[in-house]
Design a protein around this ligand. Sequence first.
Ligand SMILES: NC(=O)c1ccc[n+]([C@@H]2O[C@H](COP(=O)([O-])OP(=O)(O)OC[C@H]3O[C@@H](n4cnc5c(N)ncnc54)[C@H](OP(=O)(O)O)[C@@H]3O)[C@@H](O)[C@H]2O)c1
Length: 280
Amino acid sequence: MIAPLSAVPCGILGLGFLGKILAKELSKVPESWGTDHKTPAPELELPVFYFDWNKQDSWSSLPETSAVLALTIPPQLDSPEAEAKRLHNWCSWMQQERPSLKRMIYISSTGVYPKRNGLWSEDSEFEADTNSGKLRLLTEKILSQYFTLHVVRPGGIYGCGRGIDVRFKSGKPIPVSTTPVHRIHVEDLSRIILHLAEHPESPSCINAVDLEAKPSWEVACWLAENREDLTEEMLQFPLNDINLLQAVKPEETPERFVSNQRLHELDITLHYPTFREGLG
Ligand SMILES: NC(=O)c1ccc[n+]([C@@H]2O[C@H](COP(=O)([O-])OP(=O)(O)OC[C@H]3O[C@@H](n4cnc5c(N)ncnc54)[C@H](OP(=O)(O)O)[C@@H]3O)[C@@H](O)[C@H]2O)c1
C-alpha cells in the first residue's frame, strides 16, 4: 500500500474541484472528513457532513475533532463589509463551539496581487486592485485572528479534466493577452496543502504557483504543436495571428509575476513543474 502524503487528519470544507482531490488523498487518513452544501452529498471514501457556510443552523454538523481544516470555499458576499461581518460571526461560533478545530489552511488566490508590473511575493506590501482580491485579503486577515492559520495562494488550478486544453477542445476562445499566467496542477496543490498540515512550522503564507508562468495564448500554441487531439482548427482565431496580439493595449498586459521562492524552500518536488508536464 502507498503511504498517504500526510498522516494528519483534515476536515475539508467544500468538496469542489480541489476538495475532491484532497478527499482522495485523505481517504487513507483516519478521522479525516469533508463537508458539502449539496444534498445528497457526494459519495466519497471519507465521511461527508452537510455544512452550508451561510446557514448557521448547519454549522453544528461539524465534528468535534482536532482535524486541521482545509477551507476551499470562496468568499460568499460581494460587499467587503458584509463579508467581514459574516466571517466574524462564523469564526466566533467556531471558537466557542468547536475550540478543538483551531488549525486551518485557507485556500486564497494569487488574485490578491495587483495587476501591475512586478514580482509579487508573500511579504510584498500592496493593496488588492479588484473586489475579489480585496475579499480574499480580508478573509485571510480575519481568519488569522481566530485560527492558527496557513494561507495558500494558488494560481490558476488545472488538471484532472479542467484547464486550457479542455477549453481548446471545446472551441472556447483563448484569452488574447501576453500577460504571464501562473498555474498549479490540482494534484500538486493538494500535496502542498497536505505538506502544510504535516508541517505546522512552515511559513504562514505560501504562493502555490509552478515554475513557468506563460500567457494562455502561448500555452495554446504549445498544445497545438504537441497534442495530437488538439488542432488549430478547433480555435476561434488562428494561433499565429500576430495582429490580434498587437491590438492588445500594453496596460492590459502587465508583466506581473508571482514569486515561488517560498514554495521552493518548502522542499516539495512538484510532479507537474510546468504546463508541459501537466498538459502533455
Ligand atoms: N480554480 C482556480 O483556478 C482558482 C485559482 C485560485 C484560487 N481558487 C480558489 O481556490 C478554492 C478551491 O478552488 P476550486 O477550484 O476547488 O473551487 P470550487 O470547485 O468552486 O470549490 C469550492 C466548493 O465550495 C462550495 N461552496 C460554495 N459555497 C458554499 C457554501 N455557502 N457552503 C458550503 N460550501 C460552499 C462549492 O459548492 P458549489 O459547487 O455547489 O458552489 C464547491 O464545492 C476556491 O476558493 C477558489 O475560488 C481557485
